[in-house]
Design a protein around this ligand. Structure first.
Ligand SMILES: CC(C)(COP(=O)(O)OP(=O)(O)OC[C@H]1O[C@@H](n2cnc3c(N)ncnc32)[C@H](O)[C@@H]1OP(=O)(O)O)[C@@H](O)C(=O)NCCC(=O)NCCS
Length: 220
């Protein structure tokens, strides 16, 4: 099997962490799965460019480098913010364009633990130490950050992020573009609406409406 070409969208810290996941996946197999062509970014900071130099991975250009190609390589969006990830995702795959969706890579770090009967959408990324239980449905471009956990029978919508060490319990329903802050807990069966943010360290004991920010213990 030859390695598939891959471009990482976003060269900030989150994107470079995603590059680390790709490298770990390649190292875990006899033959590399992915050949990283480089990063694309509309507005790379000088610090990020310096980090790319140190990693020895090229910056290919702006996001248009990817969207302008007739036969584009696979991509993964390495952007931490759900709203920014969705915005870039819609540029890559505009709704109603009628053309086939570009191939988004689903990446699972070898040090993640994944149970049975789960479905993961294209572009979804599981970082090191993640634990996904059983019969979990993750949408497209969902990011489960380091050491986060998602319980049984839970659904996480497109472009949502679960930040490091957060725990989403069983039978929860997170809509699209939800951000669960680092070390937050969501109790079993709770629902979190589209675009809502759960602050770092919060404990969600009631359903969270769309678009609101909740924080604290219990989260309000
Ligand atoms: C909750 C959150 C979204 C609020 O962001 P914000 O609107 O920019 O909030 P501010 O920093 O302006 O703070 C507003 C107030 O909320 C408090 N606050 C901020 N985050 C809080 C949190 N997680 N829990 C409790 N209180 C918090 C601040 O102390 C401040 O209180 P004050 O008005 O009494 O001074 C943000 O702080 C957060 O927790 N984001 C998640 C971050 C994360 O997961 N990072 C990991 C990246 S890998």
């Amino acid at each position: 099997m030859t390695a598939a070409e891959l471009v990482i969208v976003g060269c900030g810290g989150h994107g470079r962490e995603v590059y680390g996941i790709v490298t770990a996946i390649n190292n875990a197999h006899q033959r590399p799965r992915w050949q990283v062509l480089g990063f694309v970014d509309d507005d790379p900071t000088p610090a990020s460019k310096e980090c790319l130099d140190r990693l020895g991975v090229p910056l290919l250009g702006a996001v248009s480098w990817l969207t302008g190609r007739a036969d584009p390589p696979a991509h993964v969006i390495g952007i931490g913010s759900p709203a920014a990830r969705r915005s870039v995702g819609q540029r890559i795959d505009p709704a109603g364009s009628g053309r086939p969706r570009q191939l988004a890579a689903t990446l699972i770090h070898p040090a993640a633990t994944v149970g049975l009967g789960n479905t993961f959408g294209a572009g979804t990324v599981l970082f090191a130490g993640v634990r996904v239980s059983t019969n979990v449905n993750l949408g497209r471009h969902v990011h489960l950050n380091q050491n986060s956990a998602v319980g049984h029978d839970t659904t996480v919508g497109d472009y949502s992020s679960v930040n490091p060490l957060a725990a989403v319990s069983g039978h929860c329903r997170l809509a699209a573009e939800v951000l669960v802050g680092t070390t937050a807990a969501i109790l079993q069966g709770r629902q979190v609406g589209t675009g809502a943010t759960v602050g770092a360290g919060a404990c969600v004991v009631r359903d969270v409406p769309a678009g609101v920010v909740v924080k604290g213990v219990p989260a309000r």
